[in-house]
Design a binder for this molecule. Sequence first.
Ligand SMILES: [Zn+2]
Length: 305
Amino acid sequence: MSDADAETTFRSLRWPETKGEPVCPRCGCLDAYQTRRPTGLLMFRCKGCNKNFSITAGTMFASRKMTFKMYLLAVVIFCNEVKGKSMLALSRDLGVQYRTAFVLAHKLREALGSEMKGMEIGGAGVVAETDGAYFGGHVRPANKKENRRDRRLRQNQTGKRKVVVIVRERGGKTLPGVFKTEAQAIGFIKQRVKRETILHADEASSWDALHTRYQVHRINHQEAYSTPESCTNWAESAFSRMRRGELGHHHHVAGPYLLRFAQEWTWREDNRRVSNGDQAKRIAALALANKPSVDFTGYTQRHKS
Ligand SMILES: [Zn+2]
């Protein structure tokens, strides 16, 4: 792809309704002068409000430092992975610094996550499964046996451990959330999962509160992983992808970005049958349909507070 082709692709992804013709991000005017800066940068000047704007103005790729080709390449590399893309490997593939790849990958995750904003799942006749998986807060056992402590006890943990709770429709969409405990997810589930949904959950007492609102089938994993009445295998298979992404690619996912990783993994799981070309187009279009990232705009220029 030439630079001009990449630019045309970006235009059509940014303004799909007008087939790539510019729309002023400030006033929505469809009429604009087109100029090219000496650097080659394509700029528009709105005939309505007289303000300048570029193809990426007001989007997640605003104030971009790399070429359009590089962004498209980054999105394609990100999509081609099945369980996640290590940000160090991404930086090597693109030939950029680690922090550049880190910020870019997180912006792509934020773009994916925007699809799940306020998303409600379930409904009449829909069967969904809910379960939780713990991430982070690993306590390394001490070298000598006499110094080792029982890591199952709360006082011997770091307090950084968090649980990713998902509700997954069988054959449908997945909704992730991050909480301190499974019990804290009840409010989130009641808010985002429609009342008529038939839920399946394991024997953990944290899910007891769901019976007040939903028809819930329980499976006791001490006895069996699946019975004709109930199983949570759809949820477990989503967690399998998460665990492999954690162990194989990212290693460290706990902390403030755990929800972003969880959104990335569930998105990958739900879109696993979508071709990688269509995945790449959707992610790029989402990034261009979203406002600049709150968490990552100017991230590398910020002073550590
Ligand atoms: Zn305007």
